[in-house]
Design a protein around this ligand. Sequence first.
Ligand code: CMP
Length: 138
Amino acid sequence: MVEQTLSIIKPDAVQKRVIGKIIDRFESHDLKIVAIKKLQLSEYDAKAFYAVHKERPFFGDLVKFMISGPVVAMVLEGEDAVAKNRDLMGATNPKEAKPGTIRADFAESIDANAVHGSDSIENAKLEIEFFFSKREIC
Ligand code: CMP
């Protein structure tokens, strides 16, 4: 089924100047970039986006990290986009990510883990709405 999912290139990967290399992983695996923007999240934004994790011990560090520099938010579209994006990203902890995945190749730690991707179709819808208006998705 053709799906859409949200991808965020996190501040560590933006700072390393690997935006293009990460986008190439998506495009060369048949995921189309149907929306894209670079932006600086505020503390309010980051807390709202990751609200589901607000009780977790890592929440404070996660918010601090996500506002430490600009991010690139994208909507990826393609066959099984949610699962495909998660396969391309690799495990949340880059030390456990399979070789050849984005996190294995570009990430340093579980906090600075290069990318975020929606974990379900339902969350993808909410996360896409968080970043993009309808007219920005084309
Ligand atoms: P992400 O996919 O963006 O979703 C939440 C983020 O919290 C996750 O990637 C990690 O960068 C970060 N995080 C830090 N510690 C943990 C942890 N123990 N479990 C899951 N996520 C964590």
